[in-house]
Design a protein around this ligand. Sequence first.
Ligand SMILES: NC(=O)CCC(=O)C(=O)O
Length: 265
Amino acid sequence: MRASLIQIAVEEGESVESRRRRVASLVRDQNGADLVVLPELWTTGAFAFEEFDAEAEPLRGPTYEAMAKAASDAGVWLHAGSIPERAPDGTLYNTSLVFSPTGDLAASYRKIHRFGFDKGEAVLMGAGRELVTVPLPGTTVGVATCYDLRFPELFRSLVDAGAETLVIPAGWPERRRAHWTLLAQARAVENQAFVLACGTAGTHAGVPQAGHSIVVDPWGEVLAEAGADEEILTVDFDPGKVATTREQFPALKDRVLGLKAPDRS
Ligand SMILES: NC(=O)CCC(=O)C(=O)O
């Protein structure tokens, strides 16, 4: 299976409309890939909180239209990263879109863990509540977004739902780059799954982005890692390695569930 992670530079000098056209063209160029992955909130930038409201779109808005067409032009599965979605009731969500090679929407995922504590995304956007897996030929993809990477129980639930390849669009800052690579490897090792994590490059809203998109195999080996700038990271991997790793080192079967601390009251 060939995956291309498009690590887009999100800079303030470029309009959303021209970035959308540019990204559609980059996706169309990936017609030899099976799966193409884009980062989180690449239209606005994940830290451009002030832009979320003005740039929010309905699920089937301009980014949906452009990405559906790009996926079908290239004939690829496309995880189109996420958009600031405005739901019919007016609530904003950080929503990922996954398209099939015919340009049909295969899945959408509203980010569950919102970043910002008492500001930014955490107060401006609603939280998703649903796990999302997508069956692709040869592997089942589990979907999560950026800050979700810090919550291992989400990934374990995705694995319980059948996920073998974990795809994580992000807008991760340079300041916490060490966490990004460490957590991507941890999620791969503990879940014996591929991790494809695609971040942004550039600086927006004064926050330099980490880049360093990364692909990790179920044994925790880094198959490919991008640098800091805009880059297309292409990797060939064998999805069958998930089954062989889980058979040869069956740690997932040794889970002990339902543990409780003794009641000392
Ligand atoms: N957009 C995000 O979710 C940022 C997450 C982040 O910066 C972190 O977890 O650290």
